[in-house]
Design a protein around this ligand. Structure first.
Ligand code: HGY
Ligand code: MN
Ligand code: MN
Length: 414
């Protein structure tokens, strides 16, 4: 480090960070300016290859674990010590944006590049983590790889999951050449920090550049299967039908009503498959997703009970079978006080307007918080829009969040 450069004087290279984001956004770029880079597709492979090339150019040692998560390690003076880790994900939603996930991986890379620029040696090693399949858009469970690292899912559970075409996670992982040899989890981390866009409107509406994330909503997801009977849309009288899609429509209304019942609760149906999905056939089967979120488990329980009660009524009224299978559950999480304080101190020291905030979205940090002291850093995104191709963020806000990340990492890595 140049003599006289105090750690608090350090700043990341905002242009290099923006450039890395725009380079990565080219892989899976969509006509509306978003990114479609579904996990374990060839586009994901291209993004992973580019990320690894950048890590190697920065002198980092790269390993891949058994569910495809990538770790890029920068040596520390005490190299046997547990590493300080920062990262996020490179997979996107089908209509995703340029920043969700990618920002956290590129911000961690920018931290490593900045430490290199200034010849800084930290006590603890610094590692960048790129977690496979955070989004859960192609394979359940959501955040499956960071969950496996934290022991919330077995490796077998993750590898055996199948997508809508019946392709298994393990086969897709091998097909892109990222079935790594490193064990999944089971090693200590000194701390984990994840930088991410807020994906909501709070920071922008209150004029804050940085969100000090204190925790995240709990989530409970279901797959609902409504079974009726395929029938001809003409000769079949209305009162003799067992219309699965009609039953699903009443349940979908109920999910929305349950989500609206309190200020912090959320209820969403995002995915639906209707069979046989033919214009003149009464649908015999409809399968759809339910995503409940709340600040407390009692709220999740309330919504589950409401869903099951409504299903019982609708099944009886319309002579349908209705199956409800839980696919994801994690309680609300509270991040580590010391790590949260390091984020808050970094924002204050650098003079950024900041506020404490609870994440409505799940993140890999939610699972890593179970095995390591963890905190997150949010930056605003335009209009709070995300999981949308128009997702946008300002270079100066992305730089601010990355500068805070650098300070938090230095505070923990020594
Ligand atoms: O669904 C979520 O909260 C995250 O985007 N996976
Ligand atoms: Mn994300
Ligand atoms: Mn997302």
């Amino acid at each position: 480090m140049n003599a006289g450069t105090k750690p608090t004087d350090l700043r990341i290279n905002a242009d290099r960070l923006w450039d890395a984001l725009m380079q990565m956004a080219k892989i899976g770029a969509t006509p509306k300016g978003g990114v479609k880079r579904l996990t374990l597709t060839d586009l994901d492979r291209q993004g992973r290859d580019l990320f690894i090339a950048w890590c190697k150019a920065a002198g980092l040692a790269v390993t891949v674990d058994g569910v495809g998560s990538i770790f890029a390690r920068r040596r520390g003076r005490k190299d046997a010590a547990p590493p300080v880790v920062s990262g996020s994900h490179l997979d996107t939603q089908p209509s995703g944006g340029r920043f969700d996930g990618c920002y956290g991986v590129m911000a961690a890379l920018e931290v490593a590049r900045t430490l290199n620029d200034h010849g800084i040696e930290t006590d603890a090693p610094f590692e960048i983590a790129m977690w496979t399949n955070e989004e859960g858009a192609r394979f359940l469970p959501v955040m499956g790889a960071s969950g496996a690292f934290a022991g919330t899912h077995t490796v077998e559970e993750i590898l055996s999951a199948a997508d809508m075409d019946g392709v298994s996670f393990g086969d897709a992982l091998r097909a892109i050449g990222y079935a790594g040899a490193a064990p999944v989890g089971g090693r200590p981390l000194a701390a984990y920090f994840e930088a991410h866009i807020e994906q909501g409107p709070l920071l922008e509406n209150t004029g804050n550049s940085v969100g000090v994330v204190t925790g995240a909503l709990g989530q409970r997801w279901f797959e609902v299967t409504v079974s009726g009977m395929d029938a001809h849309a003409g000769p079949t009288p209305m009162h003799l039908r067992r219309d699965a899609l009609l039953g699903a429509s009443f349940l979908i209304q109920e999910v929305n009503r349950l989500g609206k019942a309190t200020e912090h609760s959320r209820g969403t149906v995002g995915m639906i498959v209707n069979r046989p999905n033919s214009r003149n056939v009464v649908p015999g089967e409809t399968v759809f997703s339910v995503d409940f979120r709340d600040t407390g488990v009692p709220g999740l329980d309330r919504m589950e009970q409401g869903l099951r009660a409504a299903a019982g009524r609708i099944a009886a009224e319309l002579s349908l079978g209705i199956g409800i299978r839980q696919t994801v559950f994690f309680p609300p999480c509270h991040f580590d006080e010391v790590c949260v304080a390091a984020v808050r101190a970094g924002a204050a020291r650098l003079g950024y307007r900041h506020m404490d905030i609870v994440s409505g979205a799940g993140h890999d940090a939610v699972y890593i918080a179970r095995v390591a002291p963890t905190a997150m850093i949010f930056v605003p995104c335009e209009g709070g829009i995300s999981h949308n191709e128009t997702e946008n963020a300002k270079p100066e806000d992305l730089a601010a969040g990355c500068n805070v990340l650098l300070q938090a990492v230095l505070a923990k890595a020594g």
